[in-house]
Design a protein around this ligand. Structure first.
Ligand code: NAD
Length: 441
């Protein structure tokens, strides 16, 4: 490992998000001066600290956040994460990604994100329920169907969303409150297809990207060798869907470690193993590997689908994939981005690659407001249309930026990448609305 580059690199996710944003800005020559500071920083950050009675009758104080990054295009939208490493900087960065993501897939939403510093693996269901309900009560009207709408993220699920809805509904009796949160169970206003939406969106996006012929020698998902980090909602489902589309899943991992098998793994069997043993590790017939080895696995497509800052200055050189599909938010640092670009390894950025989740969350919100229930065929058709369009617009913008660069446009770096292209689209859309609404008062 290159210790020097690790030392030099800043792994603060918000710093990396700002670097991405500033890099994209170098491709925009008509942004109104003065607007940048507003677009880059969160509009509002709420900190809450609250006590909870634990099962053993002790009292523990928890710290939670809700960041509303921007809502100029519509209410804030973004998940709630339960993890011991949650920080204000992380939640702020994730909220910024949501603003850019909703803009790039053209949803009438802004960006938000929340988190509670806790370790769900050490908490009982009752403790999690009390933490969730108290958090929602503390947030009060900072969340709501037309203000800021939470969803699931790392270590929160349908049950968490059901508690959020129920608590908010208790606080606002007599109203249709379903649209306050998405990712709910089907029986309480959830949408069919929401559970699989993030991974399905990643698959649709990858299919379209490869169809555009941008990865030499890799025309389709079929027969591609795929390695996936993270085996939860995003990663585990992606493993299954890519497998069903004909890909060979050669390695997968979770927080305990990973497994590899060059001839291919059946993700359905790995899922059953994980359910029984708590991890993918130890799945019969495979070699146990570390998460570092997974990222360096010999494959065509690498899908980081766990946490942020996984591919950095110190390990980007080890990546052997030809394409990285960011199912997780912020899995690559800025230094990794630049390293991979210099080696012509393409990165489909998170704000496109994992936007399927928020797209179907939007469908859920629309259904809730209209008291409708769509069928799976409709959800998938509309999801595919949006993902395909987002990829096409990103590739088209990338090509246009590249032409600009080749004709001598003064980009301060080595040509555009797909992240620059997606961010330029997002920033332009947001800035247009800021100026069209005009600045109040
Ligand atoms: P999840 O809780 O369902 O799964 C997380 C997975 O990551 C688990 O398998 C866990 O074991 C694994 N993991 C945790 N730490 C790890 C480590 N250090 N190394 C390897 N694996 C590790 O969470 P999720 O919803 O699948 O979210 C994963 C990523 O996808 C996050 O970045 C999240 O923001 C992003 N994302 C999720 C959604 C969604 O709809 N769920 C939407 C967009 C983006």
């Amino acid at each position: 490992m290159d210790m020097q580059s690790t030392k030099a690199e800043n792994l603060d996710l918000f710093v990396n998000a700002q670097l991405q944003f500033k890099r994209a800005l170098t491709w925009i020559d008509d942004l109104k001066a003065g607007i940048v500071d507003y677009l880059i920083n969160p509009n509002r950050t709420i900190h809450v600290r609250f006590p909870i009675h634990m099962d053993d009758e002790s009292i523990q104080t928890f710290h939670g956040f809700r960041v509303l990054h921007n809502r100029v295009r519509g209410p804030g939208k973004g998940g709630i994460r339960y993890h011991p490493d949650v920080t204000e900087a992380e939640v702020s960065a994730l909220a910024a990604f949501m603003t850019w993501k909703t803009a790039v897939v053209d949803l009438p939403f802004g960006g938000g994100k929340g988190g509670i510093v806790c370790n769900p693996k050490e908490l009982s269901r009752g403790e999690l329920r009390r933490i969730t309900r108290r958090f929602v009560t503390e947030l009060g009207d900072a969340i709501g169907p037309y203000t800021d709408i939470p969803a699931p993220d790392v270590y929160t699920d349908q049950q968490t969303m059901a508690w959020i809805y129920d608590t908010f509904d208790m606080m606002h009796p007599g109203e249709n409150n379903l649209a306050v949160v998405t990712g709910k169970p089907l029986d309480i206003g959830g949408s069919v297809g929401r559970n699989e939406a993030t991974a399905k969106g990643s698959l649709f996006a990858t299919q379209q990207l490869l169809k555009r012929g941008v990865v030499a020698g890799l025309p389709a998902v079929q027969d591609a060798r795929v390695a996936i980090q993270g085996f939860g909602n995003a990663g585990g489902t992606a493993a299954r869907l890519f497998y069903e589309d004909g890909a060979r899943i050669v390695a997968v991992s979770d927080s305990q470690g990973g497994i590899g098998l060059d001839s291919g793994i059946d993700p359905n069997k790995v899922l059953a193993h994980k359910k029984k043993h708590g991890s993918v590790v130890g799945f019969p017939g495979c070699t146990d590997i570390s998460n570092e080895e997974l990222l360096a696995y010999d494959c065509d497509i690498l899908i980081p689908a766990a946490l942020e800052c996984q591919i950095r200055a110190d390990n980007a050189n080890n990546v052997k994939a030809r394409l990285i599909v960011e199912a997780a938010n912020g899995p690559l640092t800025m230094a990794a981005d630049e390293n991979l670009q210099s080696k012509n390894i393409l990165v489909l950025p998170d704000i496109v690659a994992n936007s399927g989740g928020v797209v179907v969350s939007y469908f859920e919100w629309v259904q809730n407001l209209e008291n409708q229930q769509w069928d799976l065929e409709k959800v998938e058709k509309l999801l595919k249309k949006r993902m395909t369009r987002a990829v096409d617009e990103t590739v088209d913008r990338w090509t246009a930026l590249d032409e600009k660069y080749r004709s001598g446009f003064n980009g301060s770096h080595s040509g555009p990448n797909l992240r620059d292209a997606a961010l330029v689209t997002a920033i332009k859309r947001i800035a247009t609305v800021v100026l069209q609404r005009d600045i109040w008062p």
